[in-house]
Design a protein. Structure first.
Length: 489
């Protein structure tokens, strides 16, 4: 037994962090501050884009602004493919994670210091690339802390996910106040400071992670490195040409990101399934992942409207007055994060207590669509309310229902992805899972273009009803999925 393997086993047997391995704390902390920066910036991005120039914004049309936010969110998840591939083939998950965090911080600094559309473009590109490298690899490293059949696994990912939402709550809280009282660029600057704090904490604990995380699991031969460089240059040139010729524009970029993300996911699934390095059992599990992927796409196309449609809804429909004080527009995004912090420990405890008796991942995923569909239908009683008349408590209740769905698919999906991934595609399978979020997030921008404050009933009814029906359909696929999963639930 190698010293590397021995160290990894010691890490997996560790119980110092609430019954989990201690390195979960370092990853929890980094993800907390990264999400603080990401959601803090994302929370004010839409209103920065559509607020008038006199109010500190860029003066875009609301529909275009919502589309850009959806496209940007989708691009973050699309970038996980690059980050995961570099981790698996070139540098190892831990190194990619570290340098990606630095790139994210630089992106937020650009948003804070560079004015106008130039700062937005440069900042969003850097944050998207960095977040892509961080997201898949942070989750992959969490997966490395557990054996695939460790009953603590779903609970560990739920604790990790709670860190995500602590950051997601405090990020918009701080940037919302700064934007409202001082200006947008101070909010973007706070996001940069948050990422810097996350890096400092992470550096103090890098050595605690399993040694295998520092090397590529499937190294690319040096003779083929030039092909990777040529491919990156070609993609960059193509993107510039499409933008300059206006084939890709702010009005249709959400469609482009959704389509590219879907195509990338399909290609990756085919590659994993047909690879000679994937065995029969792993191929079966890759097939079982496909319906879960599609369920995730539907879920995120609805949930991510919190940053588009529901931000506009908060501005135009929600009564944000609290004892005479008006709540910042983007604070609607604090509510889901707050509920995750409250309910994630309960869900984690429930999965720990139930152990092998808990409902399977396919059932959890199907129920997530039912929950979020019900949440959308709950907007109907106030669909005809006047401007800024919808009660805040009612919307908070709706978002609690959203979060029940979220906790059934998001942290569980991270765990599921690490369990079903072929050995040589560890980070890349996580990236495919995030691509489901990418497709869904981009589609949330597309769907948001159909929202009308003057005629809300068709929107809430069609989207909410479709989600409930698709959730029930997903539940009917549980048995064939479990058969393909070969003992994994």
């Amino acid at each position: 037994m190698s010293s590397s393997t021995s160290t990894t086993e010691a890490v997996r047997n560790d119980t110092r962090f609430f019954g989990h391995p201690l390195p979960l704390m370092q990853l929890f902390s980094l993800e907390l501050w990264e999400r603080f920066s990401y959601y803090g910036m994302n929370g004010i991005l839409a209103i920065y884009l559509y607020f008038s120039v006199t109010n500190g914004g860029l003066g875009l049309d609301k529909g275009t602004a919502v589309g850009i936010v959806g496209a940007y969110g989708g691009a973050v998840f699309l970038a996980t493919i690059l980050g995961a591939w570099v981790a698996d083939r070139l540098a190892g998950a831990e190194k990619v994670l570290f340098y990606s965090a630095i790139i994210i911080m630089i992106g937020h600094i650009c948003l804070a210091l560079v004015p106008g559309f130039g700062g937005v473009a440069l900042g969003l590109i850097l944050v998207a690339l960095g977040s892509g490298g961080l997201k898949a690899n942070a989750s992959a490293l969490v997966g490395e802390l557990y054996d695939e059949k460790d009953s603590r696994r779903d609970a560990g990912f739920t604790i990790f996910y709670m860190g995500v939402n602590i950051g997601a709550m405090f990020g918009p809280l701080i940037t919302g106040i700064l934007q409202k009282e001082i200006g947008f660029h101070y909010g973007f600057g706070a996001a940069a400071v948050g990422m810097a704090l996350g890096l400092i904490i992470y550096v103090t604990g890098r050595k605690n992670l399993p040694p295998e995380s520092r090397t590529a699991v499937n190294p690319l031969p040096k003779s083929k490195l030039y092909l990777f460089i040529v491919a990156v240059v070609a993609v960059v040139v193509l993107a510039i040409v499409l933008w300059m010729t206006k084939v890709v524009s702010p009005d249709n970029i959400d469609w482009w990101i959704a389509g590219i993300s879907a195509a990338a996911a399909a290609c990756y699934i085919i590659v994993m399934y047909t690879s000679p390095q994937t065995n029969t059992e792993e191929r079966s599990r890759v097939l079982a992942f496909i319906p879960f992927f599609l369920t995730s796409v539907v879920f995120w196309s609805m949930y991510q409207q919190i940053f588009g449609v529901l931000t506009v809804y908060s501005d135009t429909q929600l009564n944000r007055s609290i004892f005479g004080w008006e709540m910042p527009i983007n604070w609607i995004q604090l509510i889901p994060a707050m509920f995750v912090i409250i309910f994630a420990p309960l869900f984690a405890t429930m999965w720990m207590k139930l152990g092998p008796k808990q409902i399977s991942t396919p059932v959890k995923a199907g129920l997530s669509l039912v929950f979020i569909g019900i949440g959308f239908l709950m907007f109907l009683p106030y669909a005809d309310a006047g401007a800024n008349e919808t009660p805040l408590l009612w919307v908070a209740l709706i978002l609690a229902v959203f979060v029940f769905g979220e906790l059934l698919i998001s942290p569980v999906g991270l765990s599921f992805s690490t369990k079903v991934s072929p050995k040589v595609f560890q980070s890349q399978m996580i990236a495919v899972f995030f691509l489901a979020s990418g497709v869904g997030t981009a589609l949330s921008g597309v769907l948001g273009g159909y929202f009308s404050a003057e005629n809300q009933i068709p929107y809430w009814t069609s989207i909410g009803g479709a989600s409930v029906v698709l959730g029930l359909l997903a539940l009917t696929l549980t048995k064939p999925m479990l058969k393909l999963l070969r003992g994994i639930r």
